[in-house]
Design a protein around this ligand. Structure first.
Ligand SMILES: NC(=O)C1=CN([C@@H]2O[C@H](COP(=O)(O)OP(=O)(O)OC[C@H]3O[C@@H](n4cnc5c(N)ncnc54)[C@H](O)[C@@H]3O)[C@@H](O)[C@H]2O)C=CC1
Ligand SMILES: O=C(O)[C@H]1O[C@H](OP(=O)(O)OP(=O)(O)OC[C@H]2O[C@@H](n3ccc(=O)[nH]c3=O)[C@H](O)[C@@H]2O)[C@H](O)[C@@H](O)[C@@H]1O
Length: 487
């Protein structure tokens, strides 16, 4: 999720849904809302809450973060007071992958952005800076400009690109201490003035040297590039993990040695069952589409490979499970520990667990899933929804997907593993490191397997207990070597 749907606003913990407040109040007087508005709504995980950033030097003037504005406007005492119109509008609506029509399966669907832009044009009564917070294809600002100016009634709109770089689970930390804030604008006096206005907002808590200003297209493209580079690192280390398994090298040791080179650095080199989350795949597909549209098929092919390796890593994992268990998991109970796309979030968007579970179910396994934060309802939806449908509003999704019968969702790792033939660890939740694996082993069918897709368990300890253990990119058990996984 991006900034959260509900922000604790008052001492009695009353929360406000920004989307609902937006729509409700739009009917009354939308212009009143547009002082420091943040256009976005629901979220897939509401676990982060927001606290006021500490003011720092720079910027000048009194800084009032957006949720304080919201608190004011929702306070009954203040409702009657005259309110200023918005100067800056942040738009952070979803930009999913198109599911049909031109560019389906690759291009970004800008329906939501366009409707937000039309709404802004419709209700505005004074000049505005409209900020692209959503991740959008390069050149989107040009389209938005056209919508706004053609409906402007003489109002001046400046579009800025101010992409968001926060990661889930560390959203608040990333908001307060970003590596950088990026602001792109038109290279005109009006565009430059708008950049300075937004810069002065961030300067209240971000050191000035960490605020980068560029032209619009560089800012838009930098966001796609940053996500592509991050995902590429994971696909690179995951590609190495396959080679490690084939050769007896240990991917952890390889990544450590490689990452010690200061030019490469140690972060984002954890081999895994594959990257997930709402953005990496979507943004790379979008990048690929943009390259194709710009007549750059070789560049498109290069970035496509990052996704291909990610898909390969997930299917390689499934093949490993099935091959190790005598080439069939039919009617075998497989415990899935972790369903979220990473720890410390309940978000399941594009989680590798979906593909792994679907793969196992395709081989007729019975899966028993435990995740500390993901509900049964969510899991059933994820296992039945079509690709990319999850990123569209719920009313555009299938009404009541049929529950997958061979799937049980339980609220305890011990329950999930009871009587199971194998365990697949698909999210790196800390609690999976300290489970009582002897107890788990005692209650499982034998031979008992652990397939660790996140490298969280103590391999040697589990092997001592009696498990046959597979850990991504680590030297293989003799058992696994004898049962090669052929895709
Ligand atoms: N999730 C994350 O951690 C990050 C997301 N982003 C980008 O931020 C954007 C939003 O992502 P999420 O927050 O994850 O998506 P989301 O799907 O959780 O939230 C977007 C919300 O916007 C609402 N919305 C759509 N059209 C609207 C309109 N016209 N007016 C008001 N609300 C409207 C939707 O109902 C939805 O609730 C995407 O472009 C994403 O790529 C960027 C960095 C991090
Ligand atoms: O545009 C976005 O939405 C955001 O996408 C990512 O953030 P996020 O998806 O929340 O989470 P990450 O920590 O990047 O993890 C993404 C996936 O990669 C996996 N991963 C990450 C790191 C690693 O070394 N190995 C690995 O497999 C994670 O388990 C997870 O499935 C980026 O890190 C953010 O900078 C960006 O703003």
């Amino acid at each position: 999720m991006f900034l959260q749907q509900t922000l604790p606003l008052t001492s009695d913990s009353r929360s406000i849904d920004l989307r609902d407040s937006w729509f409700t109040e739009t009917n009354r007087n939308a212009e009143d809302l547009l002082h420091w508005s943040w256009i976005r709504g629901g979220t897939h995980n509401g676990s982060d809450s927001i606290e006021m950033p500490q003011h720092s030097s720079g910027g000048g003037g009194h800084f009032c973060p957006p949720y304080h504005r919201l608190e004011q406007r929702h306070s009954p005492d203040l409702r009657a007071r005259p309110r200023r119109c918005a100067d800056i509008v942040f738009v952070s609506v979803n930009t999913p992958t198109k599911t049909r029509g031109l560019g389906a399966g690759k291009a970004a669907d800008l329906t939501y952005w366009e409707s937000a832009a039309r709404m802004i044009a419709d209700v505005s009564k004074s000049d505005k800076i409209v900020v692209e917070k959503s991740t959008v294809p390069v050149k989107t600002a040009e389209a938005i400009e056209k919508i706004l100016t053609h409906n402007s009634k003489g109002i001046n709109f400046q579009i800025l690109s101010n992409p968001e770089f926060l990661a889930e689970g560390t959203a608040i930390q990333d908001l307060f201490h970003p590596d950088r804030v990026l602001i792109g604008g038109r290279e005109t006096p009006g565009g430059q003035k708008a950049i300075q206005t937004l810069k002065s907002v961030y300067a209240h808590w971000v050191p000035e040297e960490n605020i980068i200003t560029t032209n619009l297209w560089s800012a838009e493209l930098s966001k796609l590039a940053a996500n592509a580079f991050l995902a590429q690192r994971i696909s690179s280390v995951n590609a190495m993990s396959a080679l490690c398994e084939a050769t007896g090298a240990n991917v952890y040791q390889v990544a450590y040695a490689v990452g010690k080179d200061t030019r490469i650095g140690p972060k984002f080199l954890n081999a895994s069952v594959g990257f997930g989350g709402s953005c990496f795949q979507k943004d790379i597909l979008n990048l690929v589409y943009i390259c194709e549209c710009n007549g750059l098929p070789e560049v498109a092919e290069y970035w496509k490979q990052v996704i291909k390796i990610n898909d390969y890593q997930k299917s390689r994992f499934v093949n490993r499970v099935v091959a190790s268990m005598f080439n069939t998991v039919s009617n075998k109970k497989i415990a899935i520990l972790g369903f979220a796309f990473k720890k410390d979030t309940g978000d399941t968007r594009e989680t590798p667990a979906i593909d792994v579970c679907k793969g196992l179910l395709g081989d007729k396994a019975c899966v028993s899933i435990y995740d500390p934060q993901v509900t049964e309802d969510q899991i059933q939806r994820d296992l039945t929804l079509n690709k990319f449908d999850w990123d569209h509003p719920i009313h555009l999704q299938p009404m009541s997907p049929t529950a997958v019968k061979q799937v049980a969702v339980v609220w305890d790792a011990y329950e999930a593993t009871k009587g199971a033939h194998a365990i697949c660890i698909l999210t790196e939740w800390d609690e999976f490191k300290s489970l009582d694996y002897q107890r788990i082993y005692d209650n499982m069918q034998k031979p008992a397997f652990v397939f660790d897709g996140r490298n969280v368990v103590d391999l040697e300890k589990l092997r001592e207990i009696g498990f046959i253990v597979y850990s991504i990119g680590k030297p293989l058990d003799a058992w696994l070597k004898d049962m090669p996984a052929i895709a």
